[in-house]
Design a protein. Structure first.
Length: 94
């Protein structure tokens, strides 16, 4: 059964701390993933520049990921998630 955020309810129920209070408005999987990552980055008061430096990419790459304009590799997604404090990565199964 599809949930409120377009994901399976069982996945969301295991990961409510990751998606709680993230302002979703639908969109592609890339857009939703980007919103989750941006939300967590902003909650840590990290700039795109700081995250980019940690991941050895440009700020533009981070911005494009957050806006859902690119489809990053899983390696980059996992590194980005780790950089913004997401440890339980089950939600990233989009």
């Amino acid at each position: 059964m599809e949930g409120y955020y377009g994901w399976n309810e069982s996945i969301l129920s295991m990961n409510t701390q990751i998606v709680a209070n993230v302002p979703f408005s639908g969109g592609s999987r890339e857009e939703v993933l980007g919103k989750i990552l941006r939300h967590h980055r902003e909650n840590l008061n990290l700039s795109q520049e700081v995250v980019a430096a940690r991941l050895h990419v440009s700020r533009q790459v981070i911005g494009n990921i957050e806006r859902g304009k690119v489809r990053p590799t899983w390696c980059l997604i996992l590194d980005f998630a780790s950089a913004v404090g997401i440890e339980n990565l089950e939600i990233l199964r989009v």
